[in-house]
Structures are given as C-alpha cells and as structure tokens.
Design a binder for this molecule. Sequence first.
Ligand SMILES: [Zn+2]
Length: 481
Amino acid sequence: MLVALGQHARFDAEMRSGLSSAEHQLNAKFMKMKRRELSTHDSNGSTLIQQPFAKIHQSMVNTQLYKSLLELPKGAILHVHWDSMLSADWLIKVASYNDHCWMDTRPGKGYGAMNFSLSRPGEGFQLLSKLRDAAPHVVSAFDDSLVQLLSSSPTKFEPWKNAWIRFQKYFGVVNGLVSYVPVFEQYLRKAFQNLVSQSRLVHVELRFDVNPVMYNLNGTSLSPHETLAVLQRVAKEFASHLTVRLILSSYKPAAPPAKLPAILRQAADLAAAFPNLVVGFDMVGQEDISPSLHDYAPALVAGRKEHGLKYFLHAGETAFNGNDTAAENVIDAALLARRIGHGLALIKRPELGPHLRQQGIAIECCPISNQVLGYVQDFQNHPAAWMVESGVPLTLSPDDPGALGYDNVAADWWVAFVAWNMDLASLKQLAHNSIKYSALEDAEKEVAFTQWRKQWDSFVHLQLIALSFSTSDLGAPAVVV
Ligand SMILES: [Zn+2]
C-alpha cells in the first residue's frame, strides 16, 4: 500500500504507466547499465556518483550508458547562460585565433583576460598571434595551458565561496572574447549546432544579459536592440531544427532593488521589439550574499502588472550559509515565477510541492552546477532525489557547462539517472517536461512535441538494436582514471 502510494506520487507516475513494450525492453538494458555503475567501487569504497564531477567526468564519458544518453532526445534546455555553452577548448582553439586578439600577460588576477583591438588595449597585453609565433614548436602546449586556465572544476569538493571565485575568474577571461561581435556570431552558431546535433535538443531558452555590450574592432558597441537582432538572425538559421528564446537577466550586484524598475522597463522594451525571441526576465548572481527576492518583490509585481513580464527566477541556490534567506526566496519565487532555477532550498519548504504541481511551476534542476559550485557533494543527496519522489515538476539543465568543464548536457542526464531513483520512464518524463514547461506558446509546443516524439521513437528502436549486440556485457563499468 505505502509502496503503491509512493509510486503514484512520483514526478514520472504518468510516464511510468504508459511505456511501450519496446521501451520496457530498453529500460531493462538501461537499468542493467545503471546497476553496474552503482556496484563498482574504487579502492576507497566509493562509487563514481559519490565523487567530484571533474574527477569522474572522463570515466563517465567512456561508459556505454553515457554513449546511449548522448543519443537520447532530450527535448529542451530551459536553464543555460548563453556565454557558458561552449567548451574552453573551442574558445582557445577557435575563437582566440581571430585576428587582433590580445591577452593580459601580467601575472596575477587578470592573467589570461582576452580582448580584440586594433591597438594594445592596456598595459601588459600582448598579441596572442605573436605569443604563438614566439613558440612555434609548442603552440599546442601554449594553447593547452590557456585551456587549462579556463578549466575551473576542482577534483576535490570545495566550499561555495572558493568555488565562486574560481567560477568568476572564468568569465573574467572569456568576457572580452565572447562579446566581440564576430566571435559572438561564431559562438552562437557553434552552440546552436551542438545543441541540435550533439545534445539532441529541439528547443533552448538562454539566460541573456538585459544590457549586453558587444563591441567591434573600431571601439564602437552594438546597442541591446542590435545585439538581439544578431542573435535572432543566427537563431533563424536553425529554425527548422531548434527554437531559441531568451530570458533576459540582470546581475544582482549591479541591480539593487532600487534600480530594478528601470531594468524591467529595459527588459519590457526589448520584449516588445522581439516578441518571438524574448520570453521573460530573471536575476542572477550569488544568492547567499544578494538581496532577498522579498526585497525585489514590489518592483517585480509592478513590472508584471505594467509590462506583462513573465519571470523565470533563480531561487534556493544555496549552501544555507547560516540563514534561511534562500529558503524564503523559494516562497517568493513560487508566487512570482513561471519556473524556478535550482530550487535546492525547497527541501526546507516541502509544503510548496502541491502549489508547484497545481500551478505548473517547474524546477530547472542543474545537478553538476550545484556540485561544482559547492552546494551539494554526493549527487545522491541532491534535493532532486526528494523532488523525484514527491512529484515536484522537474526539468534538467546544465546552467554553465562551459565554465564547469563540459559541453554536453548528457553529463547531467548521466548523473540524474545514476544518482536518483530513475528509470527510462523518468528520463522520458524529463524530456517531456522540458517542452511542457517551456515558455513556448501552445501551438509551438505541439510542433516541438511532434519533433521530439519522432526522435524518441527512433531512439528506442536504434538503441535496442545497438545494445542487442552487447546483451551480456553493456560496456565496461566506469572506473576513476
Ligand atoms: Zn543559472
């Protein structure tokens, strides 16, 4: 009786009762691969899923389970920051090869910061092309050292404050690269290509700065309207495979509550100019040291009333830091937002679960981000394990994969599947939820669902064939390398 009640309460109850016989067969193979990951211990007695992401990433991508998850049609990503979609490898080995790229070579905090300019942008900057010419036989080693500089995920669990210092250094280095107009375009094109062909997605919602500053070589900058026009043009190239929408966001340290009304006007202005691109607004930054959502609430409520803005809010991304502010934030987010980014603090407010279900407010869960940024250690103890069982509407996203040392959301799917009480129906529910809780209009959702269902049926068919060749041995278990 209690077991049956538990099954009924789960977030994927509906999907679990409706699997086809082919899906049941594939589920058996997936569960076998999962059991293998959970029963393989290292010399310290730990399974892979209990360890820091950077330590297990390479082992994870070598597993058959990861290879199968690469192929799994995932629907949509609802939480990713646009400037952290691509790997450090691409930034250094492609983007920084554009002409006129300078790098700050002074040892210390600013080391590695890159900028495009016709003349030296500041003391200590040297042309990257000259640095490479000076080391012609070791260019790859030079580039690798820069990639290393950007590969910020630690192989040991780190407190959140240290993790954020490392995380923010990444953006200090790459900001001048990705906001150079030609690189901005290249970046978007490559990222959208990857989302379609590598991550098997049909829709993405990007967090994008409400006041972007994209610059040209001659020192001029694009206006926010011009920047969004570039983004819209590049997104249109992918329109038959991928829909792209923006959640405009402001950085909390630069946006105290008193300034929010003006920022919301700017967001509303862009939303009116790009009605098929902009879907809402958010605020980002370290929640534990930022003003509470309660402080922002009056302006947010007014912004919704005056401009019709919709909110998709980071909330409850917390190490609890000796206070309950973030746990209070999830209450405000549950009252203000269409979706909640992270929502880790929901475990302190379980009474919100039924409200989220009734109102159709989904959680954008980002497990790897939560671990690398110091909020969770063992993935098995991530609050999503509780959300799965209690029926909180759940979706899965990578947050900042480029800055966290990976570039394919399959890694988050591997973590979720292995760490939490999930099966193939759960994965199907995650993909389904990502479209259901997206900001697309109903008619657009139908198109996305049709596209995804076709991909899903083909995936089940092809995986059954591929995995039938290895019925007795579904790949080697993962070991830490
Ligand atoms: Zn985020």
